[in-house]
Structure formats: C-alpha cells, structure tokens
Design a binder for this molecule. Structure first.
Ligand code: GTP
Ligand code: ZN
Length: 216
C-alpha cells in the first residue's frame, strides 16, 4: 500500500528534525511479523515455565503478536498514519484552537509497560485548519509506539507543524508511567509533565501563558 501524502511529509519532517523513533527499514509484511513474534513469544513464555497447553494460555502468543502489530505498536508503520483532513482557513480564524484532555495510552520503550495520561494540543491557525478529531488521531498514532514521553510530545508537535504549515503549535502531556508505578521505584502517585512549544508559543510570553495556564 502506498503511503499517504500526509504520512510522507510527516515522516520526512521527523527524519530531518532528528526526532524520528530509531527504526530499521521494514523487510516483512505485518502478517509475516505477526507469525515471527508469535513464535518468539511462545519461546519467552515457555522459558518462564508457563504451560501453553493450558486452554487459557494457548492463544496468548498469537494474541500478543496481533496486539503488538495491529494495536499498541501500530504507529511504527506509516501505512497506519491517519487520514488527514486539512482545509483552507477561509474564515480567517486567528485565535487559539485548543483540544484538551485527549486520552493518551502509550508504552514505555525501556520496559514495555503502559504510559497512561492526557494530552492537550493547541495551534494558531494561519492558512490551514485541521479536522479536530485528526489531532486526537495524530496523538494516538505516535502513542502507539514504544516511547519516551519527551519524544512523543515532540513528534506530535512536528507532525502538526508540518501539516498545518505553521510553527505556532503547542503540545502538553501529563502521564503516569507504570514502570515507575508498578515496578522499580513503585511510586503510585507521581506523574510526568512534558511540553513542546513552537513559534509564538515559545517566543511570546503571553501566548505561552495563555496555553499553559488554561491547560489543566
Ligand atoms: N526521560 C524518560 N525516562 C523514562 C521514560 N519512561 C521510562 N523512563 C525511565 O527510564 C529509566 C531506565 O533506567 P534504567 O536504570 O536503565 O532501568 P531500571 O534499572 O529498570 O531503573 P528503575 O526504573 O529505576 O528501576 C528509568 O529511570 C525510567 O523511569 C520516559 O518517557 N522519559
Ligand atoms: Zn519504563
């Protein structure tokens, strides 16, 4: 399947800005990847002494392979980049557009456990306006990769700057990392905030404050 124009532009922008997820070129189809992951997952679970003959466990390697490729790591494949609707700003909107409380579920790339939180995204329209749900979909696409929260925040910023043809974009994320909560330091109350600010959101203190202070 050919990549969409939006996917090609965003991929190039991330590469040029050094913010792309470290990825090798794909040499297999999604279906081939699932077969191989299922095989290796079977080995891992067996090594952990689980009896995969049990009817509850028998399908777990296949389920994990499907979940990795089609769901939680589907953002590693630009073929899954959302269909983007961008329209001309004929109505001359020049005030901040903000989408807040976007649900965010990702996976930490150091431990492969859940990152759970919310994102807020804002932009100042110039020549283009984007379909609102597409902002949520772009957050979701990049969240569906193994991630560090700082990179995820930056990737959403660069993708929107590219598609909206303006630097004036801001992204904030608040999330709980289960590698901090459910293992390791076992802190069940801390959360992490990251921001990525572009254009006037970075350079103009009033715009920056308007974004940051209205964000919960
Ligand atoms: N900056 C950043 N760090 C993260 C993120 N997700 C997980 N980490 C951290 O990555 C680090 C990996 O550190 P290591 O010392 O190699 O791993 P570890 O031995 O499991 O460390 P502990 O989690 O402290 O038990 C940990 O401090 C994690 O909290 C993230 O999104 N951003
Ligand atoms: Zn982690």
């Amino acid at each position: 399947m050919a990549l969409s124009e939006a996917a090609i532009k965003v991929q190039a922008a991330l590469k040029n800005s050094g913010l792309e997820t470290p990825m090798l070129p794909k040499t297999s189809t999604p279906e081939e990847r699932k077969v191989k992951i299922e095989h290796h997952m079977r080995e891992i679970l067996t090594l952990m002494s689980l009896d995969l003959a049990d009817d509850s466990l028998a399908d777990t390697p296949r389920r994990i392979a499907k979940m990795y490729v089609d769901e939680i790591f589907s953002g590693l494949d630009y073929e899954n980049f959302p269909k983007i609707t961008v329209i001309e700003n004929k109505m001359g909107v020049d005030e901040m557009v903000r989408v807040q409380d976007i649900s965010l579920t990702s996976t930490c790339e150091h431990h492969l456990v859940t990152i759970d939180g919310f994102a807020t995204v804002a932009y100042l329209p110039r020549t283009k306006i984007i379909g609102l749900s597409k902002i949520n979909r772009i957050v979701r696409f990049f969240a569906q990769r193994p991630q560090v929260q700082e990179r995820l925040t930056q990737q959403v910023l660069v993708a929107l700057q590219t598609l909206l043809e303006t630097k004036d974009v801001a992204v904030k994320m608040d999330a709980v990392h289960y590698c901090v909560k459910s293992r390791g330091v076992m802190d069940s109350t801390s959360s992490t905030t990251t921001t990525a600010l572009g254009g006037v959101f970075k350079s103009n203190p009033a715009t920056r404050a308007e974004f940051l202070h209205q964000v919960k």
